[in-house]
Ligand binder design. Structure first.
Ligand code: SF4
Length: 233
């Protein structure tokens, strides 16, 4: 410490020593208020300049080790599509093909999702596609609550960057996680819910449809609702 710093320190201690507790509390309160105002200004400045992008987020999480799936993944599957998409699809987790290629929904279920997207006159590049989990659970087992808790924040960041008008939750895990509900997907699908300033509609997961093709007609009904809402945006 320089002698100037020592002198300043002594002066502060002497002033503080002469203050009563109430005065000190008032000063702390004022300082907190000042710092919080500064924080708000910095945040809004970053928002105005569009300081946060999907690319920056992808870069930040590319080596994530927050849950045990980091040890078994081949690639982290971040998500793909238009950063400014009005429609976003959220699935459960990468499968084998996705893990190998590092891209979401590229296997058989992914090909069906592409057809579903095309059925409402859109291309994959018009929408954004992501999952609740960014890494594949071994053997495609169900996600563990701990893994969802660790990973979910990344999806929320993606949503807040993209700001979609409509989110389509694919299947039970995405739906129950996003809506914080235990109701079965069969009761939730086909209805719009308010979710973080967005409309969220659950439907069946394409992987489920591969084994239950009769339910494709229900997904078609849900997609017609999405199309009608999309055209209003
Ligand atoms: S699943 Fe999510 S939390 Fe777990 S290691 Fe992958 S990115 Fe990180």
């Amino acid at each position: 410490m320089t002698s100037v710093h020592v002198e300043v320190g002594k002066n502060i201690r002497s002033v503080v020593g002469q203050m009563c507790n109430k005065e000190l509390l008032d000063i702390v309160k004022l300082m907190k208020q000042y710092l919080s105002e500064q924080e708000v200004e910095i945040k809004s400045d970053v928002e105005k300049k569009g300081g946060k992008t999907l690319l920056q987020l992808k870069e930040r999480i590319k080596n994530c080790q927050k849950c045990p799936l980091a040890k078994t993944r081949t690639h982290l599957v971040f998500g793909a599509g238009d950063e400014h998409a009005k429609l976003m699809f959220v699935g459960e987790a990468p499968g084998r093909d996705e893990d190998l290629q590092g891209e979401p929904f590229v296997g058989k279920a992914g090909q069906l999702l592409t057809k579903i997207i095309n059925s409402i006159g859109l291309k994959r590049s018009d929408v954004y596609i992501a999952n609740i989990l960014k890494c594949r659970p071994p053997g495609n087992r169900n996600p563990e609550p701990y893994e969802i808790a660790m990973c979910q924040g990344y999806l929320l960041e993606q949503i807040s960057i993209i700001k979609p008008k409509i989110i389509c939750a694919l299947g039970k895990f995405a739906t129950q996680t996003l809506l914080n509900s235990q109701q079965p997907i069969s009761q939730l699908r086909g209805r719009f819910f308010e979710y973080r300033n967005t409309k969220l509609i659950p439907t069946f997961h394409p992987a489920y449809l591969l084994y239950n093709p009769n339910d494709k007609r229900l997904v078609w009904q849900d997609m017609k609702k999405i199309k009608a809402e999309y055209e209003k945006t």
